[in-house]
Each structure stands twice: as C-alpha cells, then as structure tokens.
Ligand binder design. Structure first.
Ligand code: MOS
Length: 699
C-alpha cells in the first residue's frame, strides 16, 4: 500500500466513526437490540463447588405469573457432543464448579424471571472440593502440546549452568486469580424462528461473530447458514468475549423452547465471575544464572497454574522467557492442576502478562544484586536473533524503547539505592520493565468492497470491542483505494458479512487490515480509479502474510514512579510512561487509547485486582465492582504512552503490528520494581496491597 497516497488517512488521529452515536446512546449494544415479544432469562447457579444435582423442584417457579419456561437438565434439549464440555449446558446433573448453570427461568419481565429463579429448589449433593492452587500441588500435570504454551522448551544445559553460574537468583512470584470486568457485561438475545428449516439470530456481545456462529451451530447441530450473529457494538471484552460461553448456549436452548420470542439474557456482574472465564493464578519460579558482569548464562522459568475439570486452559506464562533475553541455556515449563473452579480463559495478554510480571521482576532483582542499572542489564542480554527460533528479528526495538523511554521519563541520575528518597510521609521510587508481544495474523478473513453512488462500502465480519476497529479499517481501505476516507463506509459486526477472525491476540487490525488491503488491490486492478456503479471485489487474508523467515514481535518499555506511604503502606503511582514499538500507527488516537488502556489495566493488576476465593465454599467472594477493585480515575494521575515512528512491512502490508495487549505486559513489574526502589521491600506476590509494605526494613 502506498504511504504517500493523496488520501493519507493512515496516520491521522481520526475520531471513532461511531463515537457520536455511542455518547448519544444511539449505538445499540446487544441487549438493546429491538426484538418482538421479548422474554427474559435468569439462570440458577450451583451453590457447591463439586457434586451432583439430586433433584430440581420447579413447581413453585412455574406457577408464578409471567413465567414461560423453567429449564433443568431433565427437560433441556439434548445437544451435540462437541467435545467441549463448557457448552454441554444442562446436559448432566454433574456440578463441576460453584456458579455453574443448573437451571434457568424465562419470564415476561426480568424481575419475574429473577424472582421465579429464586423459587427453583435445587437439591445438591456436595462432594469434597479443591479450589486452591498450592505450590507443588499433588495433581500437577503437563498440559497437552496443543495447549497455548506448547511443550516444555529446553535449550542447552540450564541445570548445569545454574550450578556453574557466578550469580544465581532463585525466586518465586505469585499472581492471583483475576477477572475481566468489561463495562458491558456479557449479554445475548437469542431468537429462534421455526419456519422452514429453522433459523437462529443471536444479538451478542462478542469479540467474534463468526466464532460464535461456528461454535453454536456445532453445539446445536445446525448448518452455519441457519445462524446469524449480530454484534455491531461491544462494551469491552479483554478476551472474555473471545469465545461463546455457557450463557450463550443457555440463551439458545431457551429460544428453541420458545420459538418466535427474543430471549434476552444479560449476566449480572456477579454471574460473570463464574461463567465467562478468568485468569488463572500463577506460581512462577524464576532461576537466573549470570556472570558478574550481568550476562545471563541460564534462565529457567517454571509456571504452575490451575485449570478446570471441565476443560483445559493453560496460561502461557513462561513463554516470554523463550524470547526475551540471550541466555544460551534455557528451560520453560508449564504445569497445571485441574481444580473445582470455573473455566479459566483469555484475559488481556494471557500468559505474557503474568509471565512478564515474574520475569521482569526477576531481572530487576538481578540488577539489584549486581548493583547494575536495570536498563544496562537488559542491554547486556540483548539477543541478536530470536533465541527460540534462531530467526532474525523483523524489528527488535527493545533497547530503543528502553533508552529513549529513559530519556523521556527522566531516568538518568537515578540513585540506585532503595529507600533513598522521601517526600513527607512517602517513600518515592522509580522502576522499569520491558514489554513484548508476539505479532499475530490469523489467515482466512475476507473483505469485500463495493462501489455505488460515489461511495465505497467495505464489508467484513470484524468486531469493534471499543478498540476503534471500524474507524481504522476505513482508514486502511481509503489509503489502499487512494480515495478520501469520507467516501468509505465500513460494515462490521455481523456474521452475515464476509468471514472474519476473532478480535483476539492483538490480531484484529493486522488480520482484517491485510484482507482489506488485498481487496482494495483487487478492486483497483479490476476497476481502476473510476469504477462503475456496482463495481466490487473481494480478497482474503493470505496464509502467509507474516514473513516466515523472521521473528516478528512488538516491544516496549514501561517506567513507573511509585509513592509508598510510610504509615499506611498505601501505594500511589503518580506517573507511568510507556514507549512502544508497534510498527506503523494507523490511528494515533485509537492506538494511544489501547496502549494507555493496557497500562491502566496493568496498574490495576499491580495494585488492586485479586479474585478472593473462599476455599471452604469454593466461590469468589468479591464478585462485584465494589469489592473487586479495578483502577479508576484517582489511580491514574499521569499515564502517558508514546511510540517509535516505524513501519514493519514484514508484519502487515500496512506496516503495523498489534497494539491491543502490549500495554499490559510488564506494567505490573515496573510498578512493583518502583515500589521496591521506594521502600526496599520486595513484594513477590500481586497485588501490592498496603499490608505488604508494613514490615520492618533495614536502614
Ligand atoms: Mo485478547 S485476551 O487476546 O482477546
């Protein structure tokens, strides 16, 4: 694509095309879609963490006015066995976690449904449960090679090198269970129309309309052509909407029991804590062996995590240690234990985020041991090629991010000694951490462009979960067609549009944008610069968009200033600065909001986020925003994100790489490192709650 096109939309900070509609309340989110004869669903959830449903008494609920149907495992339709037990909703009386769907009521109003649900008497037989991940849990196992982290990875002789190394650091870091809390909770409206062979419409809050269509048509034994998933606007997802979950299946089961009615199902905030995934807690042991001059000889990164008994999900926490630094001897492993907990799933930068908290904390500890500047330590371990694959980097700009970031943050002249600066009642420190994220392009998305009445309409079933995807795809199309962006209309968020991959793994703009560029090229080739009415062309994201012979990653550097109160241990972060390398920035406004959003979520992880499990009852007790704290306005006094002016055409034809997740990677380490620098207290377990700093420290 030409970077000097007369249109020049790429690179401009255009506001979101749907921004006005959103703030005015005209942009319909899933639950607001108008449907005829709506009915409302409220689920009944298990109250034991493991056991069986012995009996369900529904009579009282059924007799309530307005109640249309009460669903249980006894009367719910039999679903196809897809091998994915998350979707086997109401198929068996087995309880695998607390908060599992065991019944549901559909009624004419949400209030009636909710009240009637409280009258469903579910007799449960509890069995002994285990919901706590402990270090060296007796049932740890190696996840399958098809799981996200893949097999154990080992190069050289890490154990022998650890024995020989001049300096050895052996530390264990812990991250808690965490939950995504998008502002819009998960919602669906399911409508089954019986006429003909039957047709399902689902208005859904999702990161991938086609993903939902594929999965649900499998679960219900339908042809994908019988299913349409509509999702024009989504109020955040962070990964939790990257797949349909049990609630979608339940809504469809209810809709098929009540043909012609739109069954509306909005999860309460509390219900999202057991039904739509969470980040597994991690216990990560990092062993670093280094020379006195800071050159790493060995890196061993072992991560223990939980999964559910329903299905396996592995957080790829140790994968970062395969790529970050040039240690010749390395091993990274993941071990899981299947507990009686809800099913873990994607949460922004699954793996990289908790992994880099541990690994970048360990690097800071090593720098401290060696009395070396932490940026210099990273400089000494800069790999010339990707240590894992041996491939040359397409664009490894980590050191530039660290060095230029240090300048812009004001790192130089920093006194390395911890607990050296005090302002009134506060200890003040600064910290740094690296960030990285793999570049992902998912092949197979299709873009179609059609010309009519002076306007180019781009159609692709992409999802805009608040990222600005709709706007950015229009910019990409405009430049690729060499027309003003005002003449491009974009239609996304509907499975009746051409096939598109999920908005996940920071791959959206890269994957869909590559298809858009290809479609624009096809269009121009076929129709030239003066297309006739109705001219059209389509193209698909090629299988091999990314240069296979290069290692393609984004990088970044986080700097944080932490103030820790001497009396209360409270941690404040008045200043965070991130400098990133994400290739070409297509829209500075939306990319900045992604990077800042990621950093805020990383700060939130550092200071607040912790799903507290009551081990006796097996539930997360702080299951609302009053008690599950996320960073809010007062926490983020000064968060700044910038990027290097670059273009990486090995990554995408636009020169861009993903920017959705890198902002959260390493952020918590930068904050924890700053808190250590402030106080001399090294906390190896998130979040950095005040109590952890109220310990005696030396002078
Ligand atoms: Mo993101 S956690 O890859 O949806």
């Amino acid at each position: 694509m030409s970077t000097t096109s007369p249109a020049g939309a790429v690179g401009r900070p255009l506001p979101r095309t749907e921004g006005e509609a959103k703030v005015a309340g005209h942009a319909p989110y899933a639950y607001e879609q108008p449907v005829r004869d709506p009915v409302y669903l409220h689920p009944v959830l298990s109250t034991v963490a493991r056991g069986r449903v012995v009996a369900v008494e529904t009579a009282e609920a059924q007799e309530r006015p307005g109640v249309r149907v009460v669903l249980t495992h006894e009367n719910a339709e039999r679903l196809a066995r897809t091998g994915d037990r998350e979707f086997a909703v109401l198929q068996e009386p087995v309880i695998a976690f607390r908060g599992q769907i065991v019944a549901a009521v559909v009624a004419e109003t949400p209030e009636e449904a909710r009240y009637a649900a409280s009258l469903v008497r579910v007799q449960e037989r509890a069995e002994e449960h285990d919901v706590v991940l402990t270090q060296g849990h007796p049932r740890l196992y190696r996840p399958g090679e098809e799981a996200a982290p893949g097999a154990d990875s080992e190069q050289g002789e890490p154990d022998a090198e650890l024995e020989r190394a001049e300096v050895v650091l052996d530390r264990t870091y812990r991250t808690p269970m965490e939950h995504n809390n998008p502002m819009e909770p998960h919602t669906s409206i399911a409508l089954w129309e019986d006429s003909g062979q039957g047709h399902l419409t689902l208005y859904d809050s999702t990161q991938g309309p086609h993903t939902v269509r594929e999965t649900l048509s499998g679960v219900f034994g339908l042809d994908p052509g019988q299913v349409r998933v509509v999702s024009p606007h989504v109020g955040g997802g962070f990964g939790s909407k990257g797949s349909p979950h049990a609630h979608n299946v339940l809504a469809v089961v209810a809709a098929r029991a009540l043909p012609g009615h739109g069954v509306k199902f909005a999860l309460t905030r509390q219900q999202t804590f057991s039904l739509v995934g969470h980040r597994s807690p991690t216990i990560q042991r990092l062993r670093l062996g280094a020379d006195r001059d800071g050159r790493l000889r060995a890196v061993v990164h072992d991560s223990e995590e939980h999964t559910s008994t329903v299905k396996e999900f592995a957080e790829q926490s140790a994968v970062c240690s395969r790529t970050m630094y040039a240690a010749p001897h390395r091993r990274s492993t993941h071990r899981l234990t299947a507990l009686d907990v809800p099913i873990p799933f994607w949460m922004r930068a699954p793996g990289e985020c908790p992994g880099m908290y541990a690994s970048e904390s360990a690097m800071d500890e090593l720098a401290h041991e060696l009395d070396m500047d932490p940026i210099e330590l990273r400089e000494r371990n800069e790999p010339e090629r990707d240590p894992q694959s041996g491939r040359p980097w397409s664009d490894r700009s980590l050191l530039r991010c660290l060095r230029e970031g240090a300048e812009r943050f004001g790192w130089h002249g920093r006194d390395r000694r911890p607990r050296a600066r005090r302002e009134g009642d506060w200890w003040v420190g600064t910290g740094v951490a690296a960030a990285f994220y793999p570049h992902v392009v998912i092949p197979g998305s299709q873009a179609r462009i059609e010309y009519a009445s002076g306007c180019y309409t781009l159609r692709i079933g992409a999802a805009d979960i608040g990222t600005g995807a709709r706007t950015v795809l229009g910019q990409i199309a405009a430049d690729a067609l060499e027309v003003p962006v005002e003449r491009v209309r974009v239609e996304i968020g509907d499975s009746s549009l051409p096939q598109a991959s999920v908005a996940g793994g920071s791959s959206g703009t890269s994957s869909w944008g590559s298809a858009v560029v290809a479609a624009a090229r096809a269009f121009t080739e076929e129709h030239g610069a003066a297309p006739g009415e109705g001219a059209r062309a389509a193209a698909t994201t090629p299988e091999e968009t990314v240069a296979e012979d290069h290692a393609v990653y984004s990088f970044g550097a986080h700097f944080a200033e932490a103030w820790v109160n001497d009396d209360t241990g409270e941690v404040r972060v008045p200043r965070m600065y991130g400098l990133f390398s994400v290739g070409r920035v297509i829209n500075p406004r939306t990319v900045r909001s992604q990077l800042i959003g990621g950093m805020v979520m990383g700060l939130s992880m550092a200071l607040h986020e912790h799903s507290v499990v009551d081990e006796r009852r097996g539930l997360v007790v702080n299951q609302d925003l009053a008690q599950y704290h996320v960073a809010a306005n007062a926490d983020v006094a000064g968060v700044q994100a910038e990027w290097l002016e670059q273009s990486d055409t090995r990554a995408t034809p636009m020169g861009s790489r993903g920017a959705g997740e890198i902002g959260i990677v390493g952020t918590a380490a930068a904050v924890a490192n700053a808190a250590h620098h402030a106080t001399g207290v090294r906390v190896r377990e998130l979040p950095l709650t005040p109590d952890r700093f109220l310990v005696e420290t030396g002078p």
